[in-house]
Design a protein around this ligand. Structure first.
Ligand code: NAI
Length: 411
């Protein structure tokens, strides 16, 4: 059992921000009164990482730092981890959960950036700009209005009507496009968007088709040869979701035959691991494609937003125990502490622990003002607000309850 002991003064809470996390994150911590902040522009080598984590309470990383069970064993005081990015694969979530460490990320901070790129690509592809631009770079002059269209009045088919899909729908309607969408889940249509009766129907009736689905078994090669057969002749295809969604051979075939009039891809089944690696794709031969290196969400604004979003989640967890939107932890949204003491108790999810906690409270004579409990497969998180007079005694007893992983008291 590890315990966080009593509520630490904010200047004694050590925050480690690695990998050049945007300064907006540090600003959030500082403006809330946290001053012990270690920052590094890059990921750290293992020995330095262990050293810096030995007394760290909060860790912020991007995608390079691998948080393994072994690394966690060198971070006994760690309360929470912030992934200042979208993915959380770099953290062993099971190990973090078992050690009572919630992990936070910023899944939607770059939604607008992706939507803007996709919209720009749709405009350029409808005008045939990529092919004309490529030709001009070779000294060719392709002045022609053939196959050059306005967006106004064209039908945009959105596959996956989630955060990004809906944003694009709204922006596209402002340009005068007619929007339809297909989603496996029932979704509220925004603006004038209509639901397509099936994926194939959407393909048959859209001038532009754009994918915004997650990577799942169902979306793997979703846009395969059979799907291309359903596509309206001369349509434009955009994929800024996941590389496995579109079958590249089938797309190349569509571009060759003219079934597809142009395509924009920001994601690929195989992507170079670094800027030093060569990008290889069958699509490089086609002038009427826009191929971008997975930069849909990569803007200054998205970085700023990610810095703010994740650090605010960490500050909130530190200040009042709230775990809303954690990727691995039972989610508890908590009100501000109003003159009470709050005991946050993280335990293995075993039967009977809540009963033991409440027995202990009644033995301590503690007056419970409110209590919040959530569990997931591995852990339970119970937060109890009690009167100040009995809090220390109850907290000490609570730490001894069998099955306790971590506990802390907030004033
Ligand atoms: P989201 O989770 O908000 O929306 C995804 C939508 O797809 C949901 O409405 C879901 O119901 C729907 N869906 C799932 N399976 C489906 C299926 N088989 N058929 C139709 N609809 C299906 O996700 P969000 O934030 O909109 O992201 C969409 C995609 O964009 C994700 O794959 C994400 O990884 C990717 N992305 C790419 C970026 C880039 O840099 N290119 C940046 C950010 C996200």
């Amino acid at each position: 059992m590890t315990s966080q002991n009593t509520s630490l003064a904010k200047d004694n809470i050590k925050i480690v921000l690695l990998e050049g996390i945007h300064p907006s994150a540090e600003e959030v911590f500082r403006s809330d009164g946290y001053s012990s902040i270690f920052t590094a522009a890059k990921s750290l080598p293992q020995d330095e990482l262990r050293e810096v984590l030995a007394d760290a309470n909060f860790l912020g990383i991007r995608s390079r730092t691998q948080v393994t069970p072994e690394l966690l064993s060198f971070a006994p005081k760690l309360s929470a981890i912030g992934c200042f990015c979208i993915g959380t694969n770099q953290v062993d979530l099971e190990a973090a959960t078992k050690q009572g460490i919630p992990v936070f990320n910023a899944p939607f901070a770059n939604t607008r950036s992706v939507a803007e790129l996709v919209l720009a690509e749709i405009i350029l592809l409808l005008r045939g700009v990529p092919a004309k631009n490529a030709a001009a770079h070779r000294g060719e002059w392709l002045k022609s209005a053939t196959n050059s269209f306005e967006t106004r009045g064209k039908i945009l088919g959105i596959v996956g009507y989630g955060h990004i899909g809906t944003q694009i729908g709204i922006l596209a309607e402002n340009l005068g496009m007619k929007v339809q969408f297909f989603d496996i889940n029932k979704k509220l249509s925004l603006g004038n968007a209509r639901t397509a009766s099936s994926f194939h129907k959407l393909l048959e009736t859209s001038d532009v088709v754009t994918f915004h689905v997650p990577e799942t078994e169902q979306t793997q090669n979703m846009m395969n040869q059979q799907a291309f057969d359903h596509l309206k002749k001369g349509a434009i295809l955009v994929n800024a979701s996941r590389g496995t969604v579109v079958d590249i051979d089938a797309l190349a075939n569509g571009l060759e035959t003219g079934k597809v009039n142009g395509a924009a891809l920001d994601v690929f089944p195989i992507e170079p691991k670094s800027n030093q690696e060569e990008f290889v794709s069958k699509l490089c031969q086609f002038d009427n494609t826009i191929l971008t290196p997975h930069i849909g969400g990569s803007t200054k604004e998205a970085q700023v937003n990610i810095g703010i979003e994740v650090s605010e989640k960490l500050v909130k967890y530190s200040n009042n125990g709230s775990t809303l939107s954690s990727v691995n932890f039972p989610e508890v949204g908590l009100p501000e502490l109003m003159g009470k003491h709050r005991i946050c108790h993280i335990h293995h999810n075993e039967p009977g622990i809540l009963a033991k906690i409440n027995d202990m409270f009644s033995e301590s004579g503690a007056n419970i003002v409110s209590q919040y409990l959530q569990t997931n497969a591995n852990v339970g998180y119970v937060v109890t607000d009690i009167d100040q007079t009995s809090s220390e005694d109850a907290f000490e007893k609570m730490k001894l309850i069998k099955g306790t992983i971590k506990s802390r008291i907030l004033y």
